[in-house]
Design a protein around this ligand. Structure first.
Ligand code: HAM
Length: 406
């Protein structure tokens, strides 16, 4: 829990630095929110069941649909742009590997109501800021960036119907994970010609914006968006973290524009985080079309990475004072002292019925700063003995002068 809290504090601090507001959603959601027809893995990994009222429900596998639904509900009363973050538990029936669990926490940051690439630039900056705070450098981690519009342009070139777009996205997201001929098979079974399949695979292998411009021309939105993002990245000072890689498509159906994923440069771990623009998700749920983008950042891969790099902090328990009555008859005064210290904001562990030797050991174990011994001879003079455990200094202190020794 100490490790989790430390990580979450960093998530919260970065969100605060970017002036995002914290929000929360129910973990139990209507299954309908996750019924999508593009064949995404996530929809096959649902923890779903029927509740006592006969409703189909799920333990949410992600947070974005809940967020979209809430924004939609707010309708005209929402004052855009909304900048929201949340840290929530998610469940996916996945094959468990390093960094992938059936239950995980996800930090999400989403911007709703900004169609300009500024939104993506801010979100990627937040991810970089988090890495920097954790001691991770651009030598350890990179962020691959592309746009769904790249794939859309490739499909247009081969006159593939727009209705197939999301299905094609979900299939080509598996490039590099399953053999190319399997992907070709899946695409041709959708009715995509062999020639088009080859063309799509070629475009997805591009890793330079100049080559992308060569392939798609310079007047399309894909190239313009990506160029804008890379130019903003220079102004923010995070160019060294990001790279164009057309093979990033992302496995979720709802993305429409720029998509990105952070990866460890040694290639040992799964994606550290991922996100992108989803300008049509709200309208899919029946609301107005509102531009939106965001990312999800899990708690599992980052911890693995910090372990690999020796960057896990020493998170020891920390207690300010141990109060120990040396005699059972002094339990009353010990309570008074503990109570008054706690009112002053000190964390106090009140220990009774132990030997002094055990108490000293305990002080070490919980990293206490001071031991306050309540003994009868001192107490008769209205005093307690305060032992500073780092300097080993000892003083008999009057109760109303305790403050000077804290
Ligand atoms: P996702 O790529 O499915 O995107 O998940 C985002 C991140 O959540 C992953 O990169 C990973 O860090 C973490 N994650 C996902 N599944 C697991 C798992 N089984 N175990 C541990 N960690 C996991 C989404 O979920 C999108 N809704 C993100 C988003 C927010 N897009 C826009 N806004």
């Amino acid at each position: 829990m100490r490790l989790r809290q430390w990580l979450f504090q960093n998530f919260r601090e970065v969100s605060r630095l970017l002036s995002f507001e914290e929000v929360d959603f129910p973990v139990l959601e209507s299954e309908a929110l996750f019924i999508r027809k593009a064949g995404e893995e996530i929809t096959q990994q649902l923890y779903n069941f029927e509740d006592k009222g006969g409703r189909r429900v799920v333990l949410r596998p992600e947070i974005t649909p809940s967020l979209a639904r809430l924004v939609m509900k707010q309708g005209k009363s929402a004052s855009f742009p909304l900048k929201w973050f949340t840290i929530g538990q998610c469940w996916r029936y996945e094959r468990m590997t390093r960094g992938r669990r059936r239950e995980h926490y996800q930090w999400n940051m989403d911007i709703i109501g900004i169609s300009k690439v500024r939104a993506e630039a801010e979100l990627i900056y937040a991810i970089v800021l988090l890495f920097e705070r954790l001691g991770i450098t651009a030598q350890d981690v990179g962020i691959r960036v592309s746009s769904r519009k790249v794939l859309q342009a490739a499909l247009d070139k081969f006159s593939i119907p727009k209705a197939l777009f999301t299905k094609v996205c979900v299939i080509v997201d598996k490039l590099g994970k399953i053999p190319v001929d399997e992907i070709e098979k899946e695409l041709t079974s959708l009715g995509v010609s062999i020639e088009a399949v080859k063309g799509i695979v070629d475009v997805l292998s591009l890793t330079s914006l100049t080559d992308l411009e060569g392939a798609l021309g310079s007047d399309g939105e894909a190239v313009a968006d990506l160029k804008k993002l890379f130019s903003l990245a220079e102004n923010y000072g995070y160019s060294q973290w990001i790279q164009f890689d057309a093979s990033v498509v992302r496995g979720l159906a709802y993305y429409t524009g720029i998509v990105f994923e952070a990866f460890d440069r040694e290639g040992k771990l799964r994606a550290i985080c991922g996100g992108g623009r989803y300008d049509r998700l709200l309208s899919m749920f029946g609301g107005d079309e509102v531009p939106a983008c965001g990312f999800g950042f899990g708690d599992a891969v980052i911890i693995e990475l910090l372990k690999e790099k020796g960057l896990l902090p020493d998170l020891l328990q920390k207690v300010d004072c141990i109060v120990f009555p040396l005699d059972a008859a002094l339990e009353g005064p010990a309570s008074t002292i503990a109570s008054s210290l706690r009112r002053r904001g000190q964390s106090v562990d009140l220990v009774e019925d132990r030997r002094l030797k055990w108490v000293f050991k305990h002080c070490e174990r919980v990293n206490a700063s001071r031991l306050i011994l309540v003994g009868s001879s001192e107490w008769e003079r209205g005093m307690v003995r305060v032992k500073n455990l780092s300097t080993r200094e000892e003083n008999d202190v009057k109760l109303d002068e305790l403050d000077q020794f804290l």
